[in-house]
Design a protein around this ligand. Structure first.
Ligand code: SPV
Ligand code: MG
Length: 325
Protein backbone atom coordinates (compact mmCIF):
# COMPACT_ATOMS: atom_id res chain seq x y z
CA UNK A 1 0.00 0.00 0.00
CA UNK A 2 1.35 3.39 -0.97
CA UNK A 3 1.92 6.05 1.67
CA UNK A 4 1.77 9.00 -0.70
CA UNK A 5 -0.48 11.88 0.32
CA UNK A 6 -1.11 13.19 -3.16
CA UNK A 7 -1.23 11.44 -6.51
CA UNK A 8 1.74 12.13 -8.79
CA UNK A 9 1.18 15.05 -11.13
CA UNK A 10 -0.94 14.14 -14.12
CA UNK A 11 -2.43 10.94 -12.74
CA UNK A 12 -5.77 12.52 -11.90
CA UNK A 13 -6.01 14.82 -14.91
CA UNK A 14 -6.04 14.54 -18.67
CA UNK A 15 -2.60 12.88 -18.74
CA UNK A 16 -3.92 10.27 -16.32
CA UNK A 17 -6.92 9.54 -18.52
CA UNK A 18 -4.73 9.31 -21.62
CA UNK A 19 -2.45 6.90 -19.75
CA UNK A 20 -5.44 4.69 -18.89
CA UNK A 21 -6.71 4.87 -22.49
CA UNK A 22 -3.28 3.86 -23.76
CA UNK A 23 -3.05 0.76 -21.57
CA UNK A 24 -3.89 -2.59 -23.11
CA UNK A 25 -6.66 -3.21 -20.56
CA UNK A 26 -10.36 -2.46 -20.83
CA UNK A 27 -11.06 0.75 -18.91
CA UNK A 28 -14.17 0.66 -16.72
CA UNK A 29 -15.49 4.07 -15.67
CA UNK A 30 -18.20 4.69 -13.05
CA UNK A 31 -20.82 7.42 -13.41
CA UNK A 32 -21.30 9.70 -10.39
CA UNK A 33 -22.70 13.16 -9.78
CA UNK A 34 -21.20 14.26 -6.48
CA UNK A 35 -18.24 13.85 -4.13
CA UNK A 36 -19.91 11.07 -2.13
CA UNK A 37 -20.50 8.90 -5.18
CA UNK A 38 -16.97 9.70 -6.36
CA UNK A 39 -15.46 8.51 -3.07
CA UNK A 40 -17.50 5.31 -3.09
CA UNK A 41 -16.66 4.47 -6.71
CA UNK A 42 -12.96 5.12 -6.27
CA UNK A 43 -12.87 3.22 -2.98
CA UNK A 44 -14.40 0.28 -4.83
CA UNK A 45 -11.52 0.46 -7.28
CA UNK A 46 -12.71 2.45 -10.31
CA UNK A 47 -9.67 4.14 -11.85
CA UNK A 48 -11.67 6.92 -13.57
CA UNK A 49 -15.10 8.55 -13.25
CA UNK A 50 -17.85 9.87 -15.52
CA UNK A 51 -19.62 12.96 -14.27
CA UNK A 52 -23.11 12.06 -15.39
CA UNK A 53 -25.44 14.69 -16.84
CA UNK A 54 -28.40 12.52 -15.91
CA UNK A 55 -27.17 12.23 -12.31
CA UNK A 56 -26.38 15.93 -12.02
CA UNK A 57 -29.87 16.80 -13.32
CA UNK A 58 -31.64 14.27 -11.05
CA UNK A 59 -29.73 15.52 -8.02
CA UNK A 60 -31.05 19.01 -8.76
CA UNK A 61 -34.58 17.85 -9.49
CA UNK A 62 -34.72 18.67 -13.19
CA UNK A 63 -35.08 16.67 -16.38
CA UNK A 64 -31.92 15.75 -18.30
CA UNK A 65 -32.88 17.98 -21.25
CA UNK A 66 -30.23 20.74 -21.29
CA UNK A 67 -32.17 22.19 -18.37
CA UNK A 68 -29.00 23.19 -16.52
CA UNK A 69 -26.36 25.56 -17.89
CA UNK A 70 -22.79 24.54 -18.66
CA UNK A 71 -21.45 26.05 -15.43
CA UNK A 72 -23.67 23.75 -13.33
CA UNK A 73 -22.15 20.71 -15.08
CA UNK A 74 -18.63 22.15 -14.74
CA UNK A 75 -19.17 22.88 -11.03
CA UNK A 76 -20.31 19.29 -10.48
CA UNK A 77 -17.25 18.01 -12.35
CA UNK A 78 -15.03 20.21 -10.16
CA UNK A 79 -16.60 18.86 -6.96
CA UNK A 80 -16.05 15.30 -8.18
CA UNK A 81 -12.50 15.93 -9.39
CA UNK A 82 -11.53 17.54 -6.09
CA UNK A 83 -12.86 14.60 -4.09
CA UNK A 84 -10.74 11.88 -5.68
CA UNK A 85 -7.30 11.38 -7.23
CA UNK A 86 -8.55 9.83 -10.50
CA UNK A 87 -9.44 11.38 -13.87
CA UNK A 88 -12.99 12.64 -14.46
CA UNK A 89 -14.53 12.45 -17.92
CA UNK A 90 -17.33 15.01 -17.96
CA UNK A 91 -20.62 14.55 -19.77
CA UNK A 92 -21.09 17.79 -21.74
CA UNK A 93 -24.41 16.83 -23.35
CA UNK A 94 -24.67 18.32 -26.84
CA UNK A 95 -22.13 21.05 -26.05
CA UNK A 96 -24.52 23.68 -24.61
CA UNK A 97 -25.06 25.29 -28.02
CA UNK A 98 -23.18 25.54 -31.30
CA UNK A 99 -19.46 25.49 -32.07
CA UNK A 100 -18.72 28.65 -30.09
CA UNK A 101 -20.55 27.34 -27.03
CA UNK A 102 -18.68 24.03 -27.10
CA UNK A 103 -15.38 25.95 -27.15
CA UNK A 104 -16.46 27.83 -24.03
CA UNK A 105 -17.50 24.53 -22.46
CA UNK A 106 -14.01 23.12 -23.04
CA UNK A 107 -12.54 26.11 -21.17
CA UNK A 108 -15.02 25.68 -18.32
CA UNK A 109 -14.39 21.95 -17.90
CA UNK A 110 -10.62 22.29 -18.19
CA UNK A 111 -10.66 25.01 -15.53
CA UNK A 112 -12.83 22.72 -13.38
CA UNK A 113 -10.15 20.02 -13.43
CA UNK A 114 -11.94 17.54 -15.69
CA UNK A 115 -9.73 15.24 -17.77
CA UNK A 116 -11.96 15.50 -20.81
CA UNK A 117 -15.52 15.96 -22.06
CA UNK A 118 -17.99 13.92 -24.04
CA UNK A 119 -20.16 15.73 -26.59
CA UNK A 120 -23.11 14.06 -28.33
CA UNK A 121 -24.53 14.76 -31.80
CA UNK A 122 -28.01 15.67 -30.57
CA UNK A 123 -29.19 19.23 -31.19
CA UNK A 124 -29.21 21.81 -28.39
CA UNK A 125 -31.28 21.55 -26.24
CA UNK A 126 -30.84 17.78 -26.02
CA UNK A 127 -33.19 15.23 -24.52
CA UNK A 128 -32.02 12.33 -22.36
CA UNK A 129 -31.48 9.31 -24.59
CA UNK A 130 -33.96 7.19 -22.63
CA UNK A 131 -36.92 9.57 -22.91
CA UNK A 132 -39.58 8.36 -25.32
CA UNK A 133 -40.28 10.36 -28.47
CA UNK A 134 -38.16 11.79 -31.27
CA UNK A 135 -34.38 11.91 -30.99
CA UNK A 136 -33.19 14.11 -33.86
CA UNK A 137 -29.51 14.49 -34.74
CA UNK A 138 -27.49 17.42 -36.03
CA UNK A 139 -25.98 17.05 -39.50
CA UNK A 140 -22.63 15.25 -39.59
CA UNK A 141 -20.81 18.31 -40.99
CA UNK A 142 -22.22 20.53 -38.22
CA UNK A 143 -21.17 18.11 -35.51
CA UNK A 144 -17.71 17.73 -37.04
CA UNK A 145 -17.41 21.54 -36.93
CA UNK A 146 -18.37 21.41 -33.26
CA UNK A 147 -15.77 18.73 -32.57
CA UNK A 148 -13.11 20.76 -34.35
CA UNK A 149 -14.07 23.79 -32.25
CA UNK A 150 -13.74 21.68 -29.09
CA UNK A 151 -10.33 20.35 -30.16
CA UNK A 152 -9.10 23.86 -31.05
CA UNK A 153 -10.32 25.36 -27.76
CA UNK A 154 -8.21 23.09 -25.54
CA UNK A 155 -5.62 24.84 -23.37
CA UNK A 156 -3.79 21.52 -22.94
CA UNK A 157 -3.38 19.14 -25.85
CA UNK A 158 -3.92 16.16 -23.53
CA UNK A 159 -7.51 17.21 -22.62
CA UNK A 160 -9.62 14.35 -23.98
CA UNK A 161 -12.45 15.00 -26.45
CA UNK A 162 -15.00 12.19 -26.73
CA UNK A 163 -17.63 12.15 -29.49
CA UNK A 164 -20.87 10.26 -28.96
CA UNK A 165 -23.41 9.49 -31.62
CA UNK A 166 -27.10 9.18 -30.85
CA UNK A 167 -27.77 7.59 -34.27
CA UNK A 168 -28.96 4.29 -32.76
CA UNK A 169 -31.01 6.14 -30.13
CA UNK A 170 -32.67 8.08 -32.97
CA UNK A 171 -33.48 4.90 -34.90
CA UNK A 172 -31.13 5.72 -37.79
CA UNK A 173 -29.64 2.24 -37.85
CA UNK A 174 -26.17 0.75 -37.69
CA UNK A 175 -24.94 2.02 -41.05
CA UNK A 176 -25.50 5.63 -40.07
CA UNK A 177 -24.11 5.03 -36.58
CA UNK A 178 -20.96 3.56 -38.09
CA UNK A 179 -20.62 6.37 -40.65
CA UNK A 180 -20.95 8.96 -37.90
CA UNK A 181 -18.42 7.18 -35.67
CA UNK A 182 -15.99 7.13 -38.59
CA UNK A 183 -16.52 10.84 -39.36
CA UNK A 184 -15.97 11.83 -35.72
CA UNK A 185 -12.85 9.66 -35.40
CA UNK A 186 -11.47 11.14 -38.61
CA UNK A 187 -12.17 14.65 -37.27
CA UNK A 188 -9.85 13.99 -34.33
CA UNK A 189 -12.02 12.67 -31.48
CA UNK A 190 -9.98 10.70 -28.93
CA UNK A 191 -12.74 8.18 -28.26
CA UNK A 192 -16.03 7.54 -30.05
CA UNK A 193 -19.20 6.21 -28.41
CA UNK A 194 -22.10 4.71 -30.36
CA UNK A 195 -24.85 5.08 -27.74
CA UNK A 196 -27.64 2.50 -27.74
CA UNK A 197 -30.74 1.86 -25.67
CA UNK A 198 -31.44 -1.54 -27.17
CA UNK A 199 -31.89 -4.35 -24.70
CA UNK A 200 -29.74 -6.43 -27.02
CA UNK A 201 -25.98 -5.99 -27.00
CA UNK A 202 -26.00 -6.91 -30.69
CA UNK A 203 -27.12 -3.43 -31.77
CA UNK A 204 -23.83 -1.79 -30.70
CA UNK A 205 -21.78 -4.87 -31.46
CA UNK A 206 -23.09 -4.66 -35.03
CA UNK A 207 -21.29 -1.31 -35.22
CA UNK A 208 -18.21 -2.44 -33.32
CA UNK A 209 -17.69 -5.50 -35.52
CA UNK A 210 -17.22 -3.21 -38.52
CA UNK A 211 -14.99 -0.69 -36.72
CA UNK A 212 -11.98 0.12 -38.91
CA UNK A 213 -10.37 3.19 -37.35
CA UNK A 214 -7.43 3.39 -34.90
CA UNK A 215 -9.50 5.54 -32.53
CA UNK A 216 -10.95 3.46 -29.65
CA UNK A 217 -14.67 2.91 -29.11
CA UNK A 218 -16.51 3.34 -25.83
CA UNK A 219 -19.82 1.76 -24.80
CA UNK A 220 -22.42 2.72 -22.17
CA UNK A 221 -23.99 -0.64 -21.23
CA UNK A 222 -27.12 0.66 -19.49
CA UNK A 223 -29.82 -1.33 -21.28
CA UNK A 224 -27.54 -4.18 -22.32
CA UNK A 225 -25.83 -5.10 -19.02
CA UNK A 226 -25.22 -8.63 -20.29
CA UNK A 227 -22.38 -7.26 -22.45
CA UNK A 228 -19.73 -8.78 -20.22
CA UNK A 229 -21.61 -12.08 -19.96
CA UNK A 230 -21.55 -12.35 -23.74
CA UNK A 231 -18.07 -10.95 -24.44
CA UNK A 232 -14.81 -11.30 -22.54
CA UNK A 233 -12.67 -8.19 -22.07
CA UNK A 234 -10.20 -9.54 -24.63
CA UNK A 235 -12.99 -9.93 -27.22
CA UNK A 236 -14.19 -6.35 -26.67
CA UNK A 237 -10.62 -5.06 -26.97
CA UNK A 238 -10.20 -7.01 -30.21
CA UNK A 239 -13.19 -5.07 -31.65
CA UNK A 240 -11.52 -1.77 -30.66
CA UNK A 241 -13.74 -1.28 -27.61
CA UNK A 242 -11.52 0.26 -24.97
CA UNK A 243 -13.89 1.88 -22.48
CA UNK A 244 -17.08 0.85 -20.68
CA UNK A 245 -18.95 3.65 -18.91
CA UNK A 246 -21.32 2.43 -16.21
CA UNK A 247 -23.08 5.79 -16.37
CA UNK A 248 -26.06 5.38 -14.08
CA UNK A 249 -25.85 2.08 -12.19
CA UNK A 250 -24.66 3.89 -9.04
CA UNK A 251 -27.53 6.37 -9.28
CA UNK A 252 -30.05 3.57 -9.79
CA UNK A 253 -28.61 1.61 -6.84
CA UNK A 254 -29.00 4.69 -4.64
CA UNK A 255 -32.59 5.28 -5.81
CA UNK A 256 -33.52 1.68 -5.04
CA UNK A 257 -31.76 1.58 -1.67
CA UNK A 258 -33.12 4.90 -0.42
CA UNK A 259 -36.67 4.19 -1.61
CA UNK A 260 -36.69 0.86 0.22
CA UNK A 261 -35.21 2.37 3.37
CA UNK A 262 -37.68 5.27 3.51
CA UNK A 263 -40.62 2.95 2.90
CA UNK A 264 -39.45 0.40 5.45
CA UNK A 265 -39.14 3.03 8.20
CA UNK A 266 -42.66 4.33 7.67
CA UNK A 267 -44.22 0.91 7.09
CA UNK A 268 -42.62 -0.56 10.23
CA UNK A 269 -42.84 2.63 12.30
CA UNK A 270 -39.20 2.07 13.27
CA UNK A 271 -35.68 2.41 11.91
CA UNK A 272 -34.53 -0.57 13.89
CA UNK A 273 -34.88 -3.33 11.21
CA UNK A 274 -32.84 -1.17 8.86
CA UNK A 275 -29.77 -0.91 11.06
CA UNK A 276 -28.07 -4.07 9.89
CA UNK A 277 -28.60 -3.10 6.22
CA UNK A 278 -27.28 0.43 6.20
CA UNK A 279 -23.89 2.08 6.73
CA UNK A 280 -23.11 3.38 10.19
CA UNK A 281 -22.72 7.11 10.70
CA UNK A 282 -19.06 6.61 11.55
CA UNK A 283 -18.57 4.79 8.22
CA UNK A 284 -20.11 7.77 6.44
CA UNK A 285 -18.07 10.31 8.36
CA UNK A 286 -14.84 8.38 7.82
CA UNK A 287 -15.33 8.58 4.04
CA UNK A 288 -14.23 12.19 4.19
CA UNK A 289 -12.01 12.06 7.25
CA UNK A 290 -8.86 12.03 5.15
CA UNK A 291 -7.91 12.55 1.51
CA UNK A 292 -8.62 9.31 -0.31
CA UNK A 293 -5.06 9.09 -1.62
CA UNK A 294 -3.93 8.68 2.00
CA UNK A 295 -5.72 5.37 2.14
CA UNK A 296 -3.77 4.31 -0.89
CA UNK A 297 -6.86 2.64 -2.34
CA UNK A 298 -7.46 4.75 -5.40
CA UNK A 299 -3.84 4.97 -6.40
CA UNK A 300 -3.25 1.28 -5.69
CA UNK A 301 -6.18 0.33 -7.91
CA UNK A 302 -5.17 2.69 -10.68
CA UNK A 303 -1.62 1.37 -10.41
CA UNK A 304 -2.85 -2.25 -10.53
CA UNK A 305 -4.96 -1.39 -13.59
CA UNK A 306 -1.88 -0.01 -15.31
CA UNK A 307 0.21 -3.05 -14.40
CA UNK A 308 -2.53 -5.37 -15.63
CA UNK A 309 -3.27 -6.78 -12.19
CA UNK A 310 -6.76 -7.60 -10.89
CA UNK A 311 -8.77 -4.77 -9.36
CA UNK A 312 -11.00 -4.31 -6.34
CA UNK A 313 -13.02 -7.31 -5.20
CA UNK A 314 -11.52 -9.33 -8.04
CA UNK A 315 -8.14 -9.09 -6.37
CA UNK A 316 -9.52 -10.98 -3.37
CA UNK A 317 -10.60 -13.96 -5.46
CA UNK A 318 -8.40 -17.01 -6.00
CA UNK A 319 -6.67 -16.65 -9.38
CA UNK A 320 -8.56 -19.63 -10.81
CA UNK A 321 -11.96 -17.98 -10.30
CA UNK A 322 -11.15 -14.51 -11.69
CA UNK A 323 -12.85 -13.42 -14.90
CA UNK A 324 -10.50 -13.90 -17.82
CA UNK A 325 -9.62 -10.79 -19.78
C1 SPV B 1 -25.46 10.42 -18.55
O1 SPV B 1 -25.00 9.77 -17.61
O2 SPV B 1 -26.01 11.51 -18.45
C2 SPV B 1 -25.37 9.86 -19.91
C3 SPV B 1 -25.42 8.44 -20.06
O3 SPV B 1 -25.34 10.62 -20.86
S1 SPV B 1 -27.05 7.96 -20.23
O4 SPV B 1 -27.86 8.62 -19.25
O5 SPV B 1 -27.00 6.51 -20.07
O6 SPV B 1 -27.46 8.34 -21.59
MG1 MG C 1 -25.87 12.55 -20.37
Amino acid sequence: MTTELHPPAGRSGADGLRELLASDRLLRIAGVHDALGARLAVSAGFPALWSSGLGICCSRGVLDCSTLPCHAFADAARTIAQAVPVPVLADADSGFGGAEAVGLAVHAFEAAGAAGICVEDAPYPKRNSFLPGEHPLVEVADFVAKLRAALAARQHASFVIVARTEALIGGRGRDEALARCRAYADAGADLVIPHSRSSSVEEVMGVARRWDRPVPLGLIPTTYPELNDRYRDADLLAFGIKVLIYANQGLRAAVQAQSSAFRAMLDGGSASPLESHIASVSQVVSLFAQPIAETGQASDHAEAERRGEPRGAEAALPTSTRASS
